[in-house]
Design a protein around this ligand. Structure first.
Ligand code: PLP
Length: 251
């Protein structure tokens, strides 16, 4: 059998997304596929672009800045770049300069820095998703949102940060993002996705002035389950581009 190409793998992922949408009674265009291209060279992204892929996710600004420029120089297709990895404060300016959507906003301090650089760079507001750790796993970054329903002080601190973030000019809050723990059976990730949606629903009720429509959740091993639980963006790397050589900071 021939080695499968990016075109074949993309087609298989799109079919699986459509099947999950059908099971959940959702229109297929309610899910945006983000091709996670970290570690892969511009040529592989161009191959995906030739198959109609327009959204790409990267997790390290050092790697992404040059790659974005290289890809943009070789295509006229309008592309949307998503920062999905943890960002150190000193890299905030470069991230605001290079990306359209930031999925990994995980502190008020970083939100304030992004807002400042949006102003300095005179760019349109940057869309942000608040990354929330709903599983309570220590290794995960994000706002702690593991006990907001039972722990009043956790809820107050989360709500208070969010109240300030949505007031920042320069940021357009667009929803939530989470990383599910790595598990053997994708069903084990389902409660994490359900929990993110429940938190989103509570925030939408308490902060109706912001847009909470995006739920960025689901990766290669668990995206069909995430879609059943309401994901509107799935971030998929290996199923499209194949295995990655592992790098520090990679997952
Ligand atoms: C690498 C990465 C992904 C994609 O992971 P795959 O298992 O390759 O699909 C999704 N989200 C984040 C935040 C990542 O770092």
């Amino acid at each position: 059998m021939a080695v499968s190409t990016i075109a074949d793998r993309l087609a298989a992922v799109r079919a699986a997304i459509a099947a999950a949408c059908a099971r959940a009674n959702r229109p297929v265009d309610s899910v945006t596929l983000i091709a996670v291209s970290k570690t892969h060279p511009p040529d592989m992204l161009l191959e995906a672009i030739a198959c109609g892929q327009a959204h790409f996710g990267e997790n390290r600004i050092e790697e992404a800045a040059g790659k974005i420029a290289a890809v943009q120089a070789q295509t006229n297709v309008p592309l949307t770049w998503h920062m999905i990895g943890h960002v150190q404060s000193r890299k905030a300016r470069d991230v605001v300069a290079a990306f359209d959507v930031i999925h990994s906003l995980d502190s008020l301090k970083l939100a304030e820095r992004y807002a400042r650089f949006v102003d300095e760079l005179k760019r349109p507001p940057v869309s942000v998703l608040l990354e929330v750790n709903v599983s309570g796993e220590d290794s995960k970054s994000g706002f702690d949102g593991s006990r907001w329903q039972t722990d009043q002080s956790q809820r107050e601190s989360l709500w208070s940060d969010i109240r300030r973030i949505i007031e920042l000019p320069g940021l357009r809050v667009w929803g939530l993002m989470t990383m599910a723990p790595i598990v053997d059976d994708p069903e084990q990730a389902r409660p994490v996705f359900t929990a993110l949606r429940a938190l989103r629903d509570a925030l939408a009720q308490d902060f109706p002035q912001a847009d909470w429509s995006t739920l960025s959740m689901g990766m290669t091993d668990d995206y069909p389950v995430a879609i059943e639980e309401g994901a509107t963006m799935v971030r998929i790397g290996r199923a499209i581009f194949g295995e990655r050589a592992s790098l520090p900071g990679d997952v």
